[in-house]
Design a protein around this ligand. Structure first.
Ligand SMILES: [Zn+2]
Length: 94
């Protein structure tokens, strides 16, 4: 099964009293769940034809409190280049 690692940071000052740290955490948690489901649906059972190994997907992102935008990037680690290319192609853009 494809292993997924998250590395999401929060950027900026939070000056909205209704949107406190807990709310930010909750939001990022649910975003993480959505991204995980997206990745698992596309490449969850994918294995390299040659090496029979699953890839590892690293999701890096920064959530900006000011713009309320989350920028996500995928990093893919795998047994060989062919598997990285295959995983990347299947993941596509979100
Ligand atoms: Zn391989």
């Amino acid at each position: 099964m494809t292993e997924i690692t998250f590395n999401i940071t929060v950027d900026g000052e939070n000056d909205d009293p209704l949107f406190d740290a807990t709310a930010v955490d909750d939001m990022i948690d649910s975003t993480r769940t959505q991204i995980r489901q997206h990745i698992l649906k596309r490449v969850g059972d994918l294995k390299c034809d040659q090496h029979a190994q699953a890839a590892r997907v690293i999701v890096s992102g920064t959530y900006s409190l000011e713009s309320e935008q989350l920028e996500i990037q995928y990093g893919i680690e795998a047994c060989c280049n062919a598997m990285i290319m295959k995983t990347a192609a299947l993941l596509g853009k979100m």
